[in-house]
Each structure stands twice: as C-alpha cells, then as structure tokens.
Write a protein that binds this ligand. Structure first.
Ligand code: C5P
Length: 160
C-alpha cells in the first residue's frame, strides 16, 4: 500500500518519478554582439527534425556522454556556426539545476556568449542566421521552448 507523505505524495509517486527516463542535457548559447554592451542577439533557423524545421532557436545541442556541458557548448557552436566563443554569465532557468525545459526529454543549460574568432555561418543544423536587435527579439518565430528564454534575455540585456 502506498504511504502518503506530507511533503511529496506517495512512495509510488516517488518510485514512478525515479524510474522515468532521465532527461538528456542540452546546452545553448545566447550569442550577443558584445558581452559588455550587448545590442544584438544571434538567432538560428533549424532545418531538422521536420517537426522543428523553420523554427528559430539559440544554437547549441546535446551534451555527449562523458563530456562537460561547457565543452559541449564550445563544440556545438563550432560545429554549427564555425566560430569560437567566449562565455558570459549563465542564464538561469526555472528547473532544479537552473535548466530550461525542452519538452519531456531534454533540459537546456544556457550561457551568454560572444564570438571571438570567425564569422557565424549556418554550417550544420540551420539554414539561416539572423542578428536581432534587443528591442526586436520577437522578430522571428522562436521554437516554443526557446521563447521563455528569449523573454528572460530581453529583461537581462535591457539597457539602463
Ligand atoms: O540540436 P539538438 O537536436 O542536439 O537538440 C536536441 C533537442 O533540443 C532538439 O530536438 C530540440 O527539441 C531541442 N532544442 C530546442 N532549442 C534549442 C536547442 C535544442 O528546443 N535552442
């Protein structure tokens, strides 16, 4: 018989939660033109999978097994956009661990970043990049999961 606990439901609830497939960690870069004085944010239009194609997102991707989130972020940005970046602050999300929810299967850690080498090009996973003025961040159709992150960035990056 399930024993209810005053804080967190029944033991069955806890067992169910523990047995859920663990979420996969994704990392994303909110690339601005200048970390010290940001005026623009880089958005990227996805080409796949078909369910997400055409949606705009922060570049990034899955952390591989045995890889640190920061290494994964530098690798993904280099693979996808062909640039090296310098990281700024972490953009805290609402979930435990400061991650952002991406559907049921993924959670994303996000950092501010700026390009230190190269000129971003849509090399892999995207077919178009666009620099958005900070007062016009909704000019593209963001993926639903990225929209709350963009709203947070809007507030974080707003000038004095
Ligand atoms: O880019 P990648 O396919 O490795 O990302 C894994 C999943 O994370 C995607 O299928 C997508 O659902 C989600 N994602 C997202 N927004 C991002 C990056 C990834 O919704 N900025």
């Amino acid at each position: 018989q399930a024993v209810p606990h005053r804080c967190c439901g029944t033991i069955d609830d806890a067992m169910t939660a523990a047995s859920r497939t663990p979420v996969r960690l994704v990392v994303g870069a909110a690339i601005v033109d200048d970390l010290e004085r940001p005026t623009r944010l880089l958005s990227a239009r996805r080409t796949e999978p078909s369910a997400l194609a055409g949606g705009w997102e922060l570049p990034g991707g899955k952390v591989d097994e045995g890889e640190s989130p920061l290494s994964a972020l530098h690798r993904e940005v280099l693979e996808e956009l062909g640039v090296r970046i310098r990281l700024g602050v972490h953009v805290p999300g609402p979930l435990p661990g400061s991650t952002w929810p991406l559907g049921d299967r993924y959670e994303m850690l996000v950092w501010l970043a700026e390009v230190v080498e190269g000129d971003p090009q849509p090399i892999e996973d995207h077919d178009e990049l666009r620099w958005l003025e900070l007062d016009d961040l909704r000019a593209v159709g963001w993926l639903p999961a990225d929209l709350p992150i963009v709203e947070t960035l809007e507030a974080m990056l707003a000038g004095p």
